[in-house]
Ligand binder design. Structure first.
Ligand code: ZN
Ligand code: ZN
Ligand code: ZN
Length: 375
């Protein structure tokens, strides 16, 4: 897992120190164990670490945060401002038991929260090393911080949005009849990097009937005149923040007679959901704004997923814009608004923008036209 080279410097130490303080406040009397993944990146900046040797930030209820790290990998942490953050580094060598070291640091904690991304090969030995502690997921604690973005995070997401908009703006260079989804997808993946991402995380080219499968990726299908094509693309920029944007294209005039009217419903639904975003409304109300419009035309059963997901260091994170989520939106929350309509065996369409909740409304981070884009 050595992706450090392409990455920008970590946020400054003052920002990280505040995050560490706040996560400890949020944890209260629960000890925290955070292994490599987006939670650790959020708390310490860029963090690598190998799979089978334990690396973990341990936040005991009392005492300093301690980074447990294999001796041979400790040079990889030299550029982190650990001393400034008051983080103690405790190295271990092969043959030692790092889980016993974690247990020792956590002492008598009655509850220990372990980061969601911790692999089972570390989680189960940790359980054995802490037999008396209740062990829970750290996700619900850390997400309270992560879903409320600060100004620098919002600017990073804005830059990611602009970068993926530039890729969509160039779609006519690659998306042409007679080419396969695989060929188009390879060109898009290269452009995602050219336009400023560290890598392409996902490239969906859902042409014709493949567009009816929301998480289709690529195939050898040849794109034909009259196809509707769903293009859903994104990836992290060098500072780790992700883009995710969908536009739907038509190769000339759409073949299926229902496309134009149905797409107009989708466009209205997406716009209604975006304009319903403001502080104090529930996440589920944004979902309902899109869903009610689609359902009113009898197409409710063709919108087969939630309206959106939070985005940040992960492509999918809290808050989820879904029925049943009564979370009240707050300024600084960032998520996708991406209703879709899927007609099995024939075609599908989706429109996806990332939006920021502002003090009095909404600020979209994607600005490409929402129409069915003819190529
Ligand atoms: Zn998705
Ligand atoms: Zn998305
Ligand atoms: Zn997407």
């Amino acid at each position: 897992m050595s992706r450090r080279n392409r990455q920008a410097p970590a946020p400054d130490a003052a920002v990280l120190r505040r995050r560490l303080e706040r996560v400890r406040e949020a944890a209260g009397t629960t000890g925290l164990v955070v292994s490599p993944g987006s939670d650790l990146t959020y708390l310490l900046g860029r963090v690598g670490g190998s799979h089978e040797r334990l690396t973990a930030l341990v936040l005991p209820v009392e005492g300093p945060p301690t980074l447990i790290v294999p001796e041979l990998e400790s040079p990889g942490f030299a550029d982190l401002p650990l001393a400034e953050l008051g983080v103690v580094v405790r190295t271990w060598v092969d043959g030692e038991d790092p889980y016993a070291a974690v247990a020792h640091l956590l002492g008598a904690a009655e509850r220990v929260a372990v980061s969601d991304a911790t692999p089972a090969l570390h989680l189960l030995p940790l359980r054995d090393a802490l037999p008396d502690a209740e062990q829970v997921l750290a996700g619900p604690i850390v997400r309270e911080l992560r879903m409320r973005k600060d100004a620098a995070e919002i600017e990073a997401l804005r830059a990611a949005g602009a970068a993926i908009d530039r890729v969509h703006a160039r779609m006519g260079e690659w998306l042409r009849t007679g080419r396969t989804e695989d060929e188009v997808g390879a060109d898009i993946a290269a452009a995602i990097v050219e336009e400023g991402h560290a890598r392409a995380d996902f490239v969906i080219v859902g042409s014709g009937p493949n567009g009816a499968s929301p998480h289709h990726s690529l195939s050898a299908r040849v794109i034909e005149e009259g196809d509707v094509v769903v293009i859903d693309i994104g990836g992290p920029t060098p500072d780790g923040y992700c883009s995710d944007s969908t536009r739907t294209y038509s190769m000339g005039e759409p073949r299926d007679p229902d496309v134009i009217a149905t797409y107009a419903v989708l466009q209205e639904a997406q716009a209604a959901a975006v304009s319903g975003v403001r502080p104090g409304v529930t996440a589920e109300s944004v979902d309902a704004a899109a869903r009610d419009i689609i359902a009113a035309t009898g197409l409710g059963d063709r919108f087969i997923h939630r309206t959106g997901h939070g985005i940040g260091l992960d492509v999918h994170e809290e808050p989820y814009i879904v029925t049943g989520n009564t979370l009240l939106l707050e300024a600084g929350m960032v998520f996708s608004v991406e209703p879709g309509i899927y007609v099995p065996g024939r075609w599908g369409a989706r429109i996806e923008d990332i939006v920021v909740v502002t003090d009095d409304g909404v600020d979209p981070l994607n600005h490409r036209p929402h129409d069915l884009l003819r190529l």
